[in-house]
Design a protein around this ligand. Sequence first.
Ligand code: NAD
Length: 354
Amino acid sequence: MSEKIYSLVVIGYGGMGSQHVRMLEKVDRIKVTGMYDTKQARLDEAASQGFKTYDSLESVLTDATVDIMLIATPNDNHHDIAVRGMQAGKHIICEKPAMLNSGEIEDVMQVSEKTGKLFMVHQNRRWDEDYLAVKKLMDENTLGEVFYLETRVHGSRGIPGDWRHEASRGGGMVLDWGVHLLDRLLLLFPEPVTSVYAKLSYILGHQVDDGMKAYITFESGKTALVEVGTTNFIPLPLWYVTGRYGSAAIQDWSMNGQVATLDRVDDHKDAEPIVAGAGLTKTMAPRTKKEDTITINPVPRVESDVREFYYNFIDSIEQTSQPIVKNEEVLRVMKLMEAIFESHKLGQAVQLNL
Ligand code: NAD
């Protein structure tokens, strides 16, 4: 028996809609057949590329040949399009952030349950090599038990000048980038979150946050700093991860960085004092390779292919696999983002059991 090829229509053929189409060119179980966009220019572009175009959402919903709707519109209408899509019998791939609040996600989960249609969120940054390298270091216990990590993205170009400026459209950096960093953090530290202290920034004067810093504490006391910045002209590392016996820093998406590990775990002897600044210090004397107490390695490289997401989506429809991105995980991240907004508003830490 030959395998079914699923027909997919892109809803919102902008930047990310186009990126999906490029990725899907090499996914043989899915055929992109058409597009719907509220902008005529985008439909003209789709038509010039040989795709079928739809002049309303309704016309996609009533097209029985469409199996999957891929939602890549601005964030505020993901919920309604997803609900209508599933009610019309379509499976849904939805861009992040899935929704604007946890109530909307719970609602969509119920509709998915009721209709039997799959709803899966494109948390594609689970396939980023920098994240996978950190995961590998933690899985292999290279640094000893990791008790603190920093995960961040720093840019200096502000918020792109479109719907991302508008609160009602789900703009702002917590929802835009925070969602990715938090999603991955909860996979790296698989235990309950007990508190969050967050500060958002509004340096650029938009209605929405242009950056965030959130300190997140987990049940065992492990802590993470999650940071998004859009006015950082010198970016700090994407990752700084530290365990009892080593630390790793990943500077950028080209995987510059290093992993430092202690050679002798029982090495507690005092260092010779060094001159540092205007004083002397033993405590802060750097370890050296010369003393043979530390090894520095490059960051490990990990192969990944984000197309695994689409194949998993098809396998999940056919129930030969479980969704890689689970709706319960998406809901938990949304609740954490709600706690981040709450902490900023209150100016204090929010206690959680999440
Ligand atoms: P964009 O502005 O480039 O594209 C959005 C498109 O949707 C536009 O062409 C617009 O005309 C169209 N549109 C608006 N309202 C619509 C509606 N009601 N029905 C149909 N079409 C509509 O935005 P973008 O950067 O492509 O972002 C789209 C989504 O993708 C957002 O949810 C964003 O967060 C997400 N995104 C994800 C990633 C990722 O790596 N996962 C990267 C960028 C954007």
